[in-house]
Design a protein. Structure first.
Length: 1063
């Protein structure tokens, strides 16, 4: 809080005493005004209400009540003092809780207070259900067109991230929400904050603060429940059978004083358990009239073939792969605890300590597509393929964190905040399978059946210990607030990761496997002698120092300027491997010869982040505000990409990926039921590289991600109902974006003939070093940008009503979404035209061009004992973006992520007959040609881009309207004391439009393909080198539309009921 104290004639009053009291807890913050009559009260708790009292000799005390503080904002309260003889009243009531006209507000920021948290619809009870209230929100927790993994999450000011980044989830703890919503006081989403203290992100900085106790003993006990009876069963014109599901959660919170006005506590505990169908696809059974159907989740994999394979595995190897029909439901359960102590040491010093813990266990499906290259774009469970149940795995997550914060004020000119955090995270996996090789069976060139010990689960364990210390010092001098700060974060990672740890085999057919033919692909990760516990370790530090000046030029204009210096530190020494660094030569990103050194980390480089911002209250009456800024933001990345280096350096373990038929034959890699039976075929001496070995390094010049981001906005208070109109523009330019390239891939001089003349690779020559599978390099690029324009109308909370309505246009382009956790998958899964080493600048996967978002809530109390709240959330947007890619490796570079060439007419595409395993023609070339052009003419993207290459994520998915509703019914009573006791019934109804009309609110999916649209499969070339294709089927026939309804509960309405007691 800050402001100015002036006398009756407008003169500044230096030395006035200013005291703000947090009424619920009695916590006091005090200071005196400086020579200019200015006061500052730093490091205050969010929420309220506060009462501000200003006293000065010869003047009546100035008192202002009902002040509420929002996270990340500075409330400006000026005191106009009246002389004692002229005094009329010393009290003014302020009820506005979310002041959009804040002098510290410069860039795009969204604040979500306790009112929104308690009234907005939510079933998952996740922070992400509320960050969607930001107009800058995009796809998959992303902001400003960036991957959600580039966000930074802070809880009570301390970093709390999914640092390893195996999934797009921002928070640690796996599928669980690590902190209950009942423990959250406020949330803020900061996309362009020009406060130099905010860093560690290039997407958004998402801040949340937890509740705390005060002088009133208060608490709440609650439960929420949903099952299949509270779920819709119709999407579009299709009705489907609902499986048994249930989710139940129980929780309680308690807060109050330990010593009145001095020492307070808050505690929360919550347990949640879910039971749901994890595998929704079923095998086909033509003898029973059950035919393959993408819409009905019937796979082409037949029940008879699954039964045959299971019996074969049991009789031949004594291995039970699990069920292939009537799959058991998946289970997810977690419990979480949070406790907090707040101590008002005295008026100038305040200490808080918080501890939270979460333990989560979840069943998971087998990995969809990852495998040694060339991999397929069709998943292991889907229209083309099925996996046995024991190929799944269980994910176990544990997170514990302790935070200490000391806030101090020294006189009226200095303040300090010290924050110390320690967090311990562990993610492990289990399997229901006995140790057994993982096997992919193909049919007609596509996945058909999978079984065995999940290929990434064996000895998979990730440890992440994080220590952070941050100190911010403020010095107040006249119109200037100077900030000097330092932060240091140390992260330890221990990664035990053995992909294909129980060995991996791929066969062209069931018959090949059962007749003991050689596989087409073999994979294995095995330890070197003396490798110890097998953990690849990374000890990483990031140090920061920064300074900032907030200059209150006059009552209307505030300028902020600061600079931040950040430098990474690598504390562990890597082991050199001269067999790589000395003996092998690779190609850099430009195709020049280069050496790779797996024994060194990048050279530490200081990253420079200057920022300036401004806020101009044009008339000084908080009716028209112009704000903005520009600056550089330095962020984080998934650190799994760093641990790829020690994991794949050839000194700890070796990963073999062999797709050469000659090598497989030479090594006689017939199927061996002993998962570790072929260790002896490869050297176990550290540093040796067997044929098919993989390498990964981080470029010695690698820099942490950086963007230059500029923001300009205007807030205008309209003359109706306190409405505020905001017009906001945001532009971001990549300085150091993240990209991967394969230094072991050659530059091909051979091209296809015909209209599609992209590069063509051959297995015999596509590798620089033929015995190395890949040599991945994590590096930077400056290509990429985004811009967005937002129009927003906001109704701040008054008289029980608040609301917001916004429209955002967004355009974002990058060169890679880095869609994977391993270096090879992040590189090889990025769709491209030429090859993955030369990715084109194209649309970001995380940006949609148009998004409309609205929320409104109204609360009314009546009849002395009743209250009702009705809240509605709306989102209208394209569901996401997709790419047209071939379903297999078209250009021969070993990756199945080749963007499709869209022929301009029938003369530019040739088809080959589709035959079954007996050699009979199922679909002729002419039939495919007819079906293909019929499909093209109904697809707007293909129709408009004939004669061009498809763009990465160039296809916009259909628009979807979604309405979510929440109704709260309160019953109030008093049990002989003054406090209110409330019994509350709640109903959360998601996608309510589908309840009204089954055509509304449904999700769409691509008719053919798992992650992207795979309309065509490369077959061969003709005598002139022109590609020939086959058209992929959707079920038993060719697709006739690009998209179809998702016939699952994700498309239908869903409800959750709740019961809560609060006192």
């Amino acid at each position: 809080m800050n402001g100015k104290v002036i006398g009756a004639n407008g003169e500044s009053l230096p030395g006035a005493t200013v005291i703000a009291v947090h009424v619920p807890s009695g916590t006091q913050y005090g200071t005196t005004t400086d020579v200019a009559g200015l006061y500052r009260l730093p490091n205050m708790n969010v929420g309220g209400p506060y009462t501000l009292t200003v006293s000065y000799i010869g003047f009546e005390p100035f008192v202002k009540e009902g002040i509420y503080l929002s996270l990340g904002q500075t409330q400006k309260v000026n005191a106009n003092m009246a002389e004692k003889a002229a005094a009329i009243s010393g009290v003014e009531i302020v009820a506005e809780r979310n002041n959009l006209f804040d002098g510290n507000r410069t860039g795009a920021t969204t604040n979500i207070g306790r009112t929104e948290i308690t009234t907005m619809p939510t079933i998952n009870r996740s922070i992400n259900d509320f960050t969607r209230l930001s107009p800058q929100s995009g796809v998959g927790n992303g902001f400003a067109g960036r991957d959600g993994r580039y966000n930074n999450i802070t809880i009570d000011g301390s970093n709390f991230n999914n640092n390893f980044g195996l999934s797009s989830k921002n928070l640690p703890g796996g599928d669980a929400q690590p902190i209950s919503l009942d423990a959250i006081e406020q949330i803020s989403v900061n996309v362009a904050p020009y406060d130099i203290r905010q860093s560690n992100f290039t997407g958004a900085n998402i801040n949340a603060v937890t509740r705390k106790g005060d002088n009133t003993l208060q608490g709440s006990a609650y439960t929420f429940y949903r099952n299949q009876d509270l779920t819709g069963d119709k999407a579009g014109d299709q009705t489907f059978e609902l499986a048994n599901t249930s989710t139940t959660s129980y929780g309680a919170r308690l807060a109050g004083p330990i010593i009145k006005d001095k020492l307070f506590f808050f505690a929360n505990a919550e347990y949640e358990k879910s039971n749901y169908p994890g595998i929704t696809w079923n095998a086909s059974d033509t003898s029973a009239g059950i035919y393959p159907s993408s819409d009905n989740y019937i796979s082409r994999t037949s029940k008879q073939d699954m039964a045959t394979m299971k019996q074969y595995l049991l009789s031949k190897y004594g291995y039970d792969p699990g069920s292939y029909e009537n799959f058991d439901n998946f289970e997810s359960k977690n419990y979480k605890l949070l406790g907090r102590i707040d101590w008002n040491i005295n008026k100038n010093h305040k200490l808080s300590v918080r501890y939270n813990y979460v333990n989560s266990k979840n069943d998971q499906q087998v990995n969809a597509t990852s495998a040694p290259n060339p991999r397929s774009n069709f998943g292991r469970i889907g229209e083309k393929s099925l996996s046995f149940s024991n190929s799944g795995y269980k994910l176990n997550n544990t997170v514990s964190s302790i935070v200490g914060e000391l806030n101090s004020v020294f006189g009226s000119t200095m303040a300090n905040k010290l924050l110390v955090t320690y967090t311990k995270i562990q993610d492990t996996r289990d399997s229901d399978s006995d140790p057994f090789p993982f096997v992919d069976i193909y049919k007609d060139g596509d996945p058909y059946m999978s079984f065995g010990y999940e290929l990434f689960t064996y000895q998979n364990d990730v440890k992440n210990n994080v220590f952070n210390i941050t100190d911010n010092f403020n010095y107040f001098m006249g119109k200037h607030t100077f900030t000097a700060g330092a932060s240091f974060e140390h992260m330890y990672f221990g990664n035990s990761y053995k992909r294909y740890g129980t060995s991996y085999y791929r066969y062209a057919s069931m018959e090949d496997f059962m007749n003991n033919a050689l596989p087409t692909v073999f994979g294995l990760t095995y330890p070197y002698d003396g490798a110890g516990d097998g953990y690849a370790e990374l000890s990483f530090g990031l140090g920061s120092i920064y300074v900032q000046d907030e200059f209150q030029v006059n009552d209307n204009l505030k300028l902020t300027a600061g600079v931040r210096f950040e430098m990474p530190f690598y504390f562990d020494d890597l082991i050199q491997n001269p067999n790589i660094s000395d003996s092998l030569t690779f190609k850099d990103a430009l195709g020049n010869d280069t050496k790779l050194d797996v024994g060194t980390w990048p050279d530490p480089q200081v990253l420079f982040s200057p920022r300036v911002g401004f806020n101009w209250d044009v008339e000084g009456d908080q009716q028209f505000q112009v704000r903005g800024g520009t600056g550089i933001f330095t962020g984080r990345l998934p650190f799994v990409w760093f641990t790829n280096q020690p994991t794949n350096s050839g000194v700890l373990q070796n990963t073999i990926e062999i797709n050469s038929a000659t090598t497989i034959a030479d090594k006689q890699l017939y199927f061996n039921a002993d998962p570790f039976g072929y260790y002896s075929k490869f050297s176990s001496t550290p540093g040796t590289l067997a044929s098919g070995s993989s390498i990964a390094i981080v470029d010695k010049d690698f820099k942490m991600p950086q963007v230059w981001r500029s923001n300009l906005a205007a807030d205008i208070k309209l003359p109706w109902q306190d409405l505020v109109l905001t017009v906001e523009g945001l532009y971001s330019k990549d300085i150091n974006a993240v990209v991967q390239f394969n230094a072991n891939q050659t530059v091909s001089d051979t091209t296809f003939q015909g209209p599609d003349q992209r590069q063509r690779f051959f297995s015999s020559s596509r590798k620089v070093n033929k015995d190395i599978s890949s040599a991945m390099v994590l590096t930077n690029t400056d290509e990429g940008y985004s811009y967005m324009l937002t129009l927003q109308l906001t109704k701040p909370f008054t008289k029980g009503l608040f609301g917001t309505l916004s429209y955002t246009y967004m355009m974002a382009k990058d060169v890679s979404a880095n869609p994977g956790s391993t270096a090879s998958s992040a590189w090889g899964s990025n769709p491209s035209t030429l090859n993955q080493n030369t990715p084109e600048l194209s649309y970001s996967q995380f940006a949609i061009p148009h998004r409309v978002m609205g929320a409104i809530s109204y609360h009314i109390e009546y009849g002395n004992n009743f209250g009702t709240t009705i809240s509605l959330f709306y989102e209208g947007a394209n569901q996401g973006r997709l790419s047209y890619v071939y379903s297999n490796d078209m250009n021969g570079d070993g990756n199945s992520a080749d963007l499709m060439y869209i022929p301009k007419d029938a003369s530019e595409i040739q088809f080959a007959d589709i035959k079954n395993t007996d050699g009979d023609v199922v679909f002729t070339a002419d039939q495919q040609n007819t079906a293909f052009w019929k499909y093209v003419e109904q697809d707007d993207y293909l129709k408009e881009n004939k004669g061009k290459y498809a763009e990465r994520y160039g296809v916009l998915m259909p628009w979807r309207h979604r309405f979510d509703l929440r109704i709260l019914q309160d019953l109030y009573t008093h049990f002989g004391d003054s406090r209110r006791h409330t019994l509350q019934l709640s109903l959360d109804l998601l996608n309510i439009g589908n309840l009204i009309n089954s055509d509304w609110g449904t999700y769409k999916k691509q008719t053919v393909g798992t992650y992207d649209i795979t309309l065509l499969k490369y077959s061969k070339t003709d005598a002139n080198g022109v590609p020939i294709y086959q058209m992929n089927t959707a079920g038993t026939d060719f697709p006739t539309s690009t998209f179809s309804d998702v016939l699952s509960t994700s498309s239908t309405w869903g409800a959750q009921i709740g019961l809560r007691y609060t006192f």
